[in-house]
Design a protein around this ligand. Structure first.
Ligand SMILES: [Zn+2]
Length: 325
């Protein structure tokens, strides 16, 4: 037996072994085919493609601005619809849609608000300075390239008046003494005080200003306490003009002379009262730190809402109050 067995070639054994393995494999394949087991289908694609809005979902522009839609992006083509008519105020909806090869869609949209452009002009005016706060105020005005008007007195540093002038602001005259009991006692007293401040400005800047604002405004009644019943304001408004001056009152009160003691209050008083499409002469005092502190927000609000800022000049709107004495 042992001899017989040895006669079987190892090549033959290998051949038999390999044949068995191949047979098992073919058998297994056959079983699989017979069972016809379905191959699991890939899961259905129900997920929407990504779509990303470029720019804000709410954009505000003003009539007359040009509108360039920032669009939206996706891996597949994005189609936009909706027109913005920048000449007509209103809310406009711009929609974006995209679809993938499986038919899933994605949408995005934005609202574009077209606002009427305010045509209002704001004249910021500051009385009673200069003061320790004037430098800070000038810095803010310079930051936004806004020109203002300063009705100055004999107070504060010459350097600040020089800065006001050199930085392009209007220098108006208010009073040397700001003492009602002196200036409203007589026409002579009034003009001696007015020429005093005119000379101060001229000595510092070389500029002779003929822009002025009466202490207390042209409508003041305080003058009646000191004028001996002469109704001095009626004389003064004529006389300043006869001498070549232009006087200005105001039509927006910031409240910083008494009604308000906070920057928030000054800010709200101004933005709630300014004329959207008219001329606003705002009265503030640069001797009040809280009032100066409100100026940056007032400017930011005004610029964001389409207003322009300007300084007063001899041919500007004068916001005259009318004389009561
Ligand atoms: Zn004053």
């Amino acid at each position: 037996m042992a001899d017989k067995f040895k006669k079987i070639s190892p090549y033959l054994l290998n051949f038999i072994g390999c044949s068995l393995v191949v047979s098992v494999i073919f058998y297994a394949i056959g079983v699989l085919i017979l069972l016809d087991k379905p191959i699991e289908a890939p899961s259905a694609d129900y997920s929407a493609p990504e779509i990303t809005l470029l720019g804000d979902s709410h954009i505000t522009i003003y009539t007359g601005d040009s509108y360039d839609d920032p669009g939206a992006i996706s891996d597949t083509t994005v189609f936009a619809s909706g027109q913005v008519d920048a000449t007509r105020p209103g809310d406009y909806l711009v929609s974006y849609v995209t679809a993938d090869s499986a038919g899933n869609i994605a949408t995005a949209s934005r609202v574009v608000t077209v606002l009427s452009r305010n045509t209002g002009v704001i004249y910021l005016t500051f009385d009673d300075g200069p003061s320790a706060y004037t430098a800070e105020l000038l810095d803010v005005l310079a930051k936004y390239n806004v020109k203002a008007t300063f009705f100055v007195t004999n107070a504060g540093s010459d350097e600040m008046i020089a800065r006001e002038y050199n930085e392009g602001h209007a220098i108006g005259l208010h009073s040397c003494t700001h003492d009602y009991s002196y200036i409203y006692t007589s026409v002579d007293n009034f003009f001696s005080d007015l020429y005093c401040v005119q000379n101060r400005v001229k000595n510092i800047t070389g500029y002779t200003s003929y822009l002025m604002r009466f202490p207390g405004g042209s409508s003041n009644l305080v003058s009646s306490r000191y004028d001996g019943g002469t109704r001095i304001m009626s004389t003064l408004v004529r006389e300043v003009e006869a001498r070549g001056f232009t006087y200005f009152d105001w039509n927006i009160t910031s409240g910083d002379a008494g009604g308000t003691t906070s920057s928030d209050g000054v800010y709200r008083n101004v933005i709630n009262q300014v004329y959207r499409d008219g001329k606003s002469v705002v009265l503030q005092h640069d001797i009040k730190s809280f009032s100066v502190a409100a100026v940056e927000r007032i400017i930011q609000w005004g610029l964001a809402n389409g207003f322009t800022f300007d300084k007063l000049s001899a041919d500007s709107f004068t916001a005259h109050h009318g004389v009561n004495n």
